[in-house]
Structure formats: C-alpha cells, structure tokens
Design a protein around this ligand. Sequence first.
Ligand code: PMT
Length: 330
Amino acid sequence: MRMLGDLSGGVLNVAACPDEALLRLVSPAGWEALTGRPVVLERELPNYLAKKPLAVLCQRWRESTASLLAQSGIPVLLWGNELPPGLPPGSVALPEFEAEEILPRLEQLSSPQDFAGKTVLVTAGPTVEDIDPVRFLTNRSSGKMGVAVAWAFAVRGARVLLVHGPMTAEVSKLADLERIPVRSAQQMHDAVREHWHEAQVAVLCAAVADFRPDHYVPQKIKKIEGEGMVLHLERTPDILAELGALPNHPFLVGFAAETDDVEINALNKLRKKHCDLLCANDIRKPGSGFAGDTNQITIYAPDGMVRALPMLSKQGAAYCIVDEVARRMN
Ligand code: PMT
C-alpha cells in the first residue's frame, strides 16, 4: 500500500493509495475503513498532486508513478535505497521507513532551512548527582522540552548537538542530531565547555542540579538504628552563567523554571546570565513545566520584549522559540 501525504496549514494529511491489485482484493471504501484514511485512486493522482503544495510520499517506487512525481515539482519521500534520477530537489529516499518516521520527514521537507550550516547546542533533561553506589539526587525533568527544541532546530536544517542527562524523552533518529549523553552537572558542564565554540546558538533547557553531595561515598552508606543522616551539599557549576560570561558566546537562550515571582526571577536570570532570550515556565501551572507534553512559556529579551505564548505542546512551544531566535539572528 502506498501512502500519500501533504502538509496543508501545518497539518499532515495522509491518504491511502491502493494500486489495482489491492483494489481487486478490497474496495476503495474498504481500504478507507481499514486504514482510517481517505483513499486516493491512482487515476486521481494527477489531480491530487496539482492541489497539494508541499510533499508527497509513497511506500514503493513504481515506474508508473515515477514520471508523474517527477513532473509534479513536489519533493518526494520514498521507500528505497536511492532516489531515481529526475526527482524535484528536496526529495528523500528512506530505506525501510517506518510509519512514525513519516511525519518528522515531512516536517523537514516542508520547513525553511534557515539554520542550514549552523550548529546549535541544546542541553536537556535532568542531571543526576550520585551520593553512593545506590542513591542519588535528581529532579523531575523528562527531557521532553529540550528534545523538542533540538528537533525544532534540526528540521530547520541545523546541526544539533544535544547534551542530555539521563532522560525518558525519546529522540528521533532522523534529524541531523548528535547526542552527547552525560550524567552529572559537572559532566554536562564539561561537555558544553568542549563544544560551545562550535555553536552559533546555545539553548540551555536542562534542569541542572544546583547542588551535589560534597563527596561521593564509594560503598553503600549503612543506616544506623535510630539515627538520621546529614548530607553535605556543595554548589555545581552554573553552565549558563559561565557561557554568558564569555565575551564571544553563541546566541544564548536560557530557561527558568519558577514557582513564584516568575517575571521578576526570569528578568533577573536574563540579566545576570547575559542571555539573548530567556524562556520562563511557571511550573505550578497545570500543564506547564516538568514531564508533561505541554508547556506555557513566556519569552523575555534584553530589549524589553515579553512574548507570552499560550499553552502549547512542547513541540509547538519549541517552534515558537526557534522562530524568535531566527527573527533576531537573521
Ligand atoms: O524536561 P521536561 O520534563 O520537558 O521539563 C522542561 C523544563 C521544566 C525542565 C524546562 O522547561 C525548564 O524550565 N528548564 C530549565 C530548568 C531549570 O533548571 O531552571 P533554573 O531556573 O533552575 O535554571 C535557569 C537556567 O540556568 C536554565 O537555563 C538552566 O539550564 C541553567 N542552569 C542552571 C543551573 C546550573 N547549575 N547550570 C545551568 O546552566
């Protein structure tokens, strides 16, 4: 079964395109019921292509559709090891492509490539500060917001370096995205120090632990009956502040997770850490902040701009952040 897709108004519409052999088995209405998608018959393809502006995909390349797709001028996504000659620019061949790869690929095909040639450094997820071989300190970050930011830059053509703590968020394999996994705040700091000079943009979205145990105990700490325990903590390096203090730092986007006085705290962080943008989320608000799929962010800039985004999916919020960076850099 071939599938066709187009992005209209930012929404992916996928249609099923059964060939003659499949139609001998099941009627068009049957395929519609089976796939849950509208059906486009092969003879309707020229009309379909004429109306759809962005991208087409199909799961198996066949001579009969080759010339049709080539003439359409629309980038094609197809299942195969290589692209046949003559296809419009932007076309992609994906060996063994999976259904879940389709949406990201289409997004890439239909996005402006205004970050092509640029490297973006993103931090994501929590850090983990070990106490002994059994116990550690960490926080509630899933990494979803940072991964969404990384993806949003990658679909716009950037090479993305994603420095992330141990996180539950999944990372798409398709984008031009290099993962640098770390565990502790110190390791995240060291990875950022090693790579920041490659980047034109840095977005520090990780929830970095502010404190860590002042020493690691290599054997499991034994409890003593009837006694509590005092844990001595020391500060971790502030990666964002350190980056902001560099004279030639990349365009710098910080985050702030706040529970109170959101605006005052966000503006303080913007100024003190020398950010070019600061994205604040009120983590007390339902649907905002840690772990969920949505976030409500307000973006602050040193020129006084305050852009309050509505509650959006984390991916939607990430696209708005990338738009704001693009507006200011280009
Ligand atoms: O990962 P999710 O579950 O999707 O949740 C998303 C999020 C809530 C983690 C994210 O939206 C967010 O707000 N990230 C920043 C969390 C945070 O640690 O905020 P902060 O106000 O403590 O830190 C301010 C800024 O300094 C952040 O850019 C942080 O990355 C940076 N920082 C903080 C401490 C430190 N030692 N080094 C840092 O670089």
